[in-house]
Write a protein that binds this ligand. Structure first.
Ligand SMILES: [Zn+2]
Length: 312
């Protein structure tokens, strides 16, 4: 099966092989007006696949002019620094609160190494800094003329404090990163990706309202693909974000430790995910690759401790 799918005139979806699975981690490619843009290039471990996919779509990687990052998490933007070396024309666009992590990757590398240990290299590949003169800070309200279209930049915190979305009001396409939740192809199930350290339920609620207000025709989500039933996607994300949040909070109030809460959430949530997948157990590891239970619980625990200690 091809890793490249054309979604609309000038828009392609790229699926990266990640941890042996396709259609979980990917990028979007935009072409027009003699420009070529990548939205969320992906992790450093999939660079070869990204370059091959750009060629498969009929373009030359060296002709990429823009790299747009919805946010700097490694599965979305880890490859950025390495790519700009191979793409002499490419300029990188990222929110001001994310920019420091692309300019200097030492903190990201250190914290990811603590979490992933020996799997670091195989998961994320090289994590190289982006040179200062290739990086452009973007913020809410900016308009980018990119690849023959006009993209509105909207600040969209909640999943990450530096998260933005890119909206093409003309075509109705909205590049949502992780702000619209995780939903894998063929499975009618929305999981909230809630990793530490930035998770903010209140901010995310406002972001969900923003996404509804923009009235896009299609959401292109990070994990994974095009979503056309937009309001149900956003409402289910909102509902689950809070149900899981209260679930973790109540376990914390009962004095449970992190490992216990993770086990409790798995026991609670896996049956509903399996049901949505008609019992196919392969769905469980696939959703774990997109956003896993341990980080989900860690994200909520940190949120409650930092933002709402009065509820503990
Ligand atoms: Zn993310």
């Amino acid at each position: 099966m091809s890793n490249v799918t054309q979604l609309s005139p000038g828009t392609w979806q790229i699926s990266h092989p990640f941890q042996g699975e396709g259609e979980i981690v990917g990028s979007y490619l935009l072409a027009g007006g003699n420009e070529l843009a990548i939205v969320d290039p992906g992790p450093g471990s999939v660079i070869e696949s990204l370059l091959a996919s750009i060629r498969e779509a009929g373009f030359e990687p060296g002709d990429v002019t823009h790299i747009l990052a919805t946010h700097v998490h490694l599965d979305h933007a880890g490859a950025t620094g390495s790519l700009v070396k191979q793409m002499p024309e490419a300029q990188v666009y990222v929110h001001g609160l994310g920019a420091p992590h692309l300019l200097d990757t030492t903190k990201v590398v250190a914290s990811a190494s603590r979490i992933f240990g020996e799997r670091m290299k195989s998961l994320w590949g090289e994590i190289e800094p982006t040179p200062f003169d290739r990086l452009h800070v973007i913020e809410n309200g900016d308009r980018l003329n990119v690849a023959g279209r006009r993209l509105e930049v909207h600040y969209a915190p909640g999943h990450a404090i530096h998260h933005v979305i890119f909206f093409d009001a003309h075509s109705g396409e909205l590049f949502a990163g992780d702000a619209a939740g995780v939903r894998l192809p063929g499975v009618d199930y929305v999981r909230p990706p809630t990793p530490p350290p930035d998770l903010d339920l209140q901010a995310w609620s406002e972001t969900i309202n923003l996404l509804k207000r923009l009235r896009p025709d299609v959401l292109y989500i990070g994990h994974f693909g095009a979503i056309k039933a937009i309001v149900p996607q956003l409402e289910r994300l909102h509902e689950k974000l809070y149900i899981w949040g209260e679930f973790v909070l109540s376990a914390m109030r009962d004095g449970k430790e992190e490992a216990e809460i993770i086990a409790m959430l798995i026991e609670y949530a896996n049956p509903e995910l399996l049901q949505a997948a008609a019992g196919d157990p392969h769905v469980l590891p696939r959703y774990e690759i997109a956003t896993n239970y341990p980080m989900t619980v860690q994200g909520y625990m940190r949120y409650w401790r930092k933002k709402h200690p009065e509820r503990l």
